[in-house]
Design a protein around this ligand. Structure first.
Ligand code: XUL
Ligand code: CO
Length: 453
């Protein structure tokens, strides 16, 4: 991967290419576990993990919170005289960052990449211009686009929703934006296109026709899919579940809800889910639950890697550091067959008071190391085979005889019921009293996570 800043202004001076130095390194600007070319099972770490940097948090967010002004003074904005120029400089800074970090992918919203214009035509022109520059930089560096999306939540016109807005005129505006963003994804060879419906939900049911809004959402998604497919988009469409925030209730509540919605409207062939760790938590699940549910329902696609705070109920978008969580996540991902078009996108931001340029690097290094360590632990679990064998034997009464006939649908309910009192059936006070062995398995998991062989 070529370093992009050569021949351009350097926005992160004093920080070079980040290398793997191993767990004993004291260098905060080195990987301790992520060793891109190390083989783990049948692939290298970089092929397994497919790390992506989120454009909006890393180069757009400025530390503003509801109580205070910006704390992150971005040099790429400070040295520009127009909004377009600021976005061009931001692109330079972003590609410098991707290449120094060694991230193979990035993700963006239309409005991160290019500023909104005075009218839809101007907005699209701005995006087309920036996409042409991004395409050059992708070519020069080898960095690829994991997915693009349209920001259908920041502008005031979307305060009542985008595809689910009660006013048709807003739905049309949203379509204009999504069409241009799909065009951008096609032009940049994007492997995916994400729909996150931040305002596709309701604030109160008193003013909402829920059935009609869901129908509109499905219609909009089907039309966007058809547009993409007829214009050469070969990637995967993703829906990113989240239960709430900014709406009181978001229609794409969690993986199970999205999978049901996709089937109800016949969208399951083209759409999968982009699962965000923190959104899982907000839905009352854990990350592993959402990943395993997606795999079970055949909709697993991509991941927004981050972390929430279990003690509060909002989307804190912190960088992931918990090796237990990343181990269980990577186990679910490996068992689902690994990523194909998807990857691990750090939808995470540094804190308001993290104002040193190195903080952005250290945040990503920590997240990449956490997932690399998780991958290694997950591989240990798979290779050791004890956990898999335990689960398999737990269900072994379905692998033979009547249990097998039941599973294969070769038994009616009367016959099943009759087995309860068949000669040789276990006494009713004995049947089912088998330990789940949770504590033993948790102890085993600790060994895999800590890596003690
Ligand atoms: C919001 C969120 C978004 C999506 C893309 O919670 O996760 O950043 O990932 O719009
Ligand atoms: Co996200």
């Amino acid at each position: 991967m070529a370093e992009y800043f050569v021949g351009h202004k350097e926005y992160f001076p004093g920080i070079g290419k980040i290398h793997y130095e191993g767990p004993t390194s004291d260098n905060p600007l080195a990987f301790k576990y992520y060793n891109p070319d190390r083989r783990v099972g049948d692939k290298t770490m970089r092929e397994h993990l497919r790390f992506a940097v989120a454009y909006w948090h890393s180069f757009g967010a400025d530390g503003t919170d509801p109580f205070g002004d910006a704390t992150h003074i971005h040099p790429w904005t400070a040295d520009a005289t127009t909004a377009m120029e600021a976005h061009e400089h931001k692109l330079d800074a972003a590609f410098e960052f991707f290449t120094k970090l060694g991230a193979d992918f990035y993700c963006f919203h239309d409005r991160d990449m290019a500023p909104e214009g005075d009218n839809p035509g101007q907005s699209e022109k701005n995006l087309v211009h920036m996409v042409s520059l991004a395409k050059e930089r992708q070519k020069a560096t080898g960095v690829r686009l994991l997915w693009a999306t349209a920001n259908l939540f920041s502008h005031p016109r979307y305060m009542n929703g985008a595809a689910t807005n009660p006013e048709f005129g807003v739905v049309a505006q949203a379509a204009g934006q999504v069409k241009a963003a799909i065009d951008a994804a096609i032009e940049l060879g994007g492997q995916g296109y994400v729909f996150w419906g931040g305002r596709e939900g309701y604030m109160t049911l008193l003013n909402t026709d829920l059935k009609r809004e869901k129908d509109h959402l499905a219609r909009f998604l089907a039309m966007a899919r058809d547009y993409g497919r007829t214009h050469g988009f070969k990637g995967v469409f993703y829906i990113e579940p989240k239960p709430m925030e900014p709406t009181k209730h978001q229609y794409d509540f969690d993986v199970e809800t999205v999978a049901g919605f996709l089937r109800a409207y016949g969208l399951e062939k083209d759409f999968r889910v982009n699962i965000e760790a923190n959104h899982a938590e907000l839905a009352g699940h854990d990350f592993q639950h959402e990943l395993e549910t997606a795999a079970a329902l055949g909709v697993f696609g991509s991941v927004d890697a981050n972390r929430g705070d279990p003690r509060n109920g909002w989307d804190t978008d912190q960088f992931p550091i918990n090796a237990y969580d990343t181990t269980l996540a990577m186990l679910a991902i490996l068992r689902a067959g690994g990523f194909t078009t998807g990857g691990l996108n750090f939808d995470a931001k540094i804190r308001r008071n993290s104002v040193d340029p190195a903080d952005l690097f250290e945040a990503h290094i920590g997240g990449m190391d956490a997932f690399a360590a998780g991958l290694l632990a997950a591989q240990r679990i798979i290779e050791d085979g004890k956990l898999g064998a335990f689960v398999k034997q737990r269900y072994d009464s379905f692998d033979r005889g009547d249990g097998k006939r039941f599973e294969e649908g070769r038994m009616n309910f009367e016959a099943l019921a009759a087995l309860a009192s068949a000669p040789g059936a276990e006494a009713t006070d004995k049947v089912g009293r088998t330990s789940g062995k949770q504590e033993r398995l948790e102890n085993l998991l600790m060994r895999y996570v800590l890596g003690v062989e």
